[in-house]
Design a protein around this ligand. Structure first.
Ligand code: GLP
Length: 241
């Protein structure tokens, strides 16, 4: 696993954006796996600037997002589809028909999981997957558990994730209790993975990701088995490792 130490959140975002830029310059129709959460917002801002400056072009790029809350629709400001539109897609020259997010309103959610995995397969797989990490080591919404599921599936959220994500909602009761998420098997198929993390609350999860035993109780540790993972962290985390 390659680790890049950076000065701060901006520097982390810039370094991640540069890796994506270099890929898109080589492959302008790449399939990008994208993440939500507050951490990737900075790198999306850099990519938006690069697109405005005509350094990178998204007209042929396809994107697949990791996850979506169940029970809220694309126009709901708390949905991950809405997050992606407002923080990224609305500001770049991407064709929104080429952007995929699981449908949290699907009638048959198991079927939606299978459909989503087929979408990814039909796109030829993910060239580069961006990941954040939860304080408890969750990846996308693959929460610590005795078992993990490989493909896109329905999952309950843990108390700690509901609490952590409640900062985006009016009150904790509004946070959905379930989500559709790509599984670790699907994530591990990405040809390249970049994980971004900043702030000391992530130090323990990053320490386990880098040095811990591989266990489903810390889903991030699964990434140790992938052969092209770059972890980009800031000083606050590095000082605690
Ligand atoms: C959510 C998302 C994850 C993300 C995590 C951390 O649970 N499903 O993909 O990595 O939050 O978010 P943040 O970057 O805001 O700490």
């Amino acid at each position: 696993m390659k680790v890049i130490l950076t000065e701060n959140y901006n520097d982390m975002s810039r370094k991640a954006a540069d890796i994506i830029k270099n890929l898109l310059i080589k492959k302008n129709d790449a399939v990008l796996g994208l993440a939500t959460g507050s951490t990737p917002i900075g790198l999306y801002k850099y990519l938006i600037e690069m697109n405005k400056d005509h350094v990178i072009d998204f007209s042929k790029v396809k994107t697949v997002n990791l996850d979506e809350y169940i029970g809220i629709g694309p126009d709901d400001s708390q949905s991950y589809r809405y997050f992606m539109n407002t923080n990224f897609f609305n500001h770049i020259n991407i064709d929104k028909n080429n952007t995929y997010v699981p449908n949290g309103l699907a009638k048959n959610l198991e079927e939606e999981g299978r459909r989503y995995d087929k979408v990814i397969a039909d796109l030829g797989g993910i060239d580069l997957q961006i990941l954040g990490i939860g304080n408890n080591g969750h990846i996308a919404f693959n929460e610590p558990n005795r078992k993990l599921t490989a493909g896109t599936h329905v999952t309950p959220l843990t108390e700690s994730t509901i609490k952590a994500n409640s900062r985006f909602f009016d009150c904790i009761d509004d946070v959905p209790k379930t989500a559709l998420t790509m599984g670790l098997g699907q994530i591990m198929k990405a040809r390249k993975i970049i994980l971004v993390a900043s702030g000391k609350s992530k130090a323990d999860a990053i320490s386990r990701l880098l040095h811990g035993k591989i266990t489903t109780e810390c889903p991030a540790t699964m990434l140790q088995m992938h052969n092209d993972v770059t972890v980009i962290i800031d000083k606050e985390i590095a000082e605690k490792l």
